[in-house]
Design a protein around this ligand. Structure first.
Ligand SMILES: C[S@@+](CC[C@H](N)C(=O)[O-])C[C@H]1O[C@@H](n2cnc3c(N)ncnc32)[C@H](O)[C@@H]1O
Length: 305
């Protein structure tokens, strides 16, 4: 067994118990979400982070989404990236001008005082679809159904309906912005494809990947053209350079009765951990809002170290 990259010590060989005892950073759970985003890992982020190496250089998150793991870790330094331009506009605004981010949200929310939620939502959605931008996307993800930010395959149209909930107040959003901007103070946000982002990682840096799920997320942003074998190749190149990579991927479905059998190249990962992700939000959406007790999803966390 080669676990030489885990933590500071060099372990040429070691028992599974040695490795399990060698835990990574301990961080407190961080519940307050800035964006509502399907597939969000924030509730389980502290569990995932426990399996990160004890020490590493720069933290890279190339499938950033709503940044739940990054914000829970609060890395120093970090690079957060995503191929979804309007989403990265939100992160860059949080980092360079948090007050502007608050204004973006407040300006749209204040319309709810005089117009119905449906009217405001669909007019913001129309504005977004005519010219995709971070300011509209911010309000849409906070107010759409279940944070399922989905796009029509044919023309990229954002097609999620309005949510049943009331979007949080600008005051409460503003508190979240303050907390999140502290947590991402040492992070640089970039609009990039994951392959470019991962090529920038240096030896002993850590890359955490949470790609669009090949099994359950085909309707979501960026998932349609996504190729898992390509990602495995890029992870292999990182591993060869001495970069640590942790990958979250579909685990069991239906309370463990169905195991997603992905073609994982042998020898690429050294360890695998099951992380309980609660009930599947996406499945609930497809079932027309019904909650299904058996829809428990357990993510697999695969580690190259
Ligand atoms: C499952 S989500 C990540 C969720 C995130 N962990 C969270 O807590 O919110 C996957 C993300 O990958 C992005 N993505 C899809 N294809 C990509 C690509 N080729 N390069 C970079 N990002 C990509 C999507 O835009 C989406 O934000």
């Amino acid at each position: 067994m080669q676990f030489a990259l885990f933590g500071k010590e060099v372990l040429d060989s070691g028992s599974a118990e040695d490795i399990a005892a060698s835990k990574g950073p301990r961080v407190a759970p961080f519940k307050s979400q800035l964006l509502k985003w399907i597939g969000n890992k924030q509730r389980f982020a502290h569990e995932i982070i426990e399996f990160f190496p004890r020490e590493f250089g720069t933290y890279h998150e190339p499938f950033l989404g709503s940044g739940g793991v990054l914000a829970t870790l609060a890395p120093r330094p970090g690079v957060g990236s995503d191929c979804f331009g309007p989403l990265i506009e939100i992160w860059q605004c949080l980092s360079s001008s948090p007050e502007t981010l608050k204004d973006w949200y407040a300006a749209r929310w204040k319309r709810l005082r005089t117009e119905s939620k449906e009217r405001v939502f669909y007019s913001v959605r129309e504005s977004y679809n005519s010219k995709p931008n971070g300011a509209d996307l911010l309000f849409l993800c906070r107010s759409c159904y279940g944070g399922v930010v989905r796009f029509r395959k044919a023309d990229g149209f954002m097609s999620t309906p309005v949510g049943a909930h009331n979007p949080i107040s600008p005051e409460s959003f503003s508190d979240r912005v303050d907390e999140w901007s502290r947590r991402v103070a040492s992070t640089n946000f970039r609009h990039m494809d994951y392959a470019e982002a991962m090529s920038l990682a240096k030896p002993r840096d850590l890359v955490y990947c949470d790609p669009p799920y090949s099994f359950s997320q085909a309707i979501l942003y960026g998932a349609q053209g996504f190729s898992l074998p390509d990602l495995f190749r890029v992870i292999g190149e990182c591993k060869d350079r001495g970069v640590f990579v942790a990958l979250s991927i579909d685990g069991t479905k239906k309370s463990g009765s169905f195991y997603c059998d992905l073609p994982i190249p042998s020898g690429l990962f050294e360890r695998e951990i099951a992380v309980n992700c609660g009930r599947s939000m996406l499945r609930r959406f497809q079932m027309g809002g019904e909650t299904l007790e058996q829809e428990v999803v357990s993510d697999r966390l695969l580690l190259t170290y």
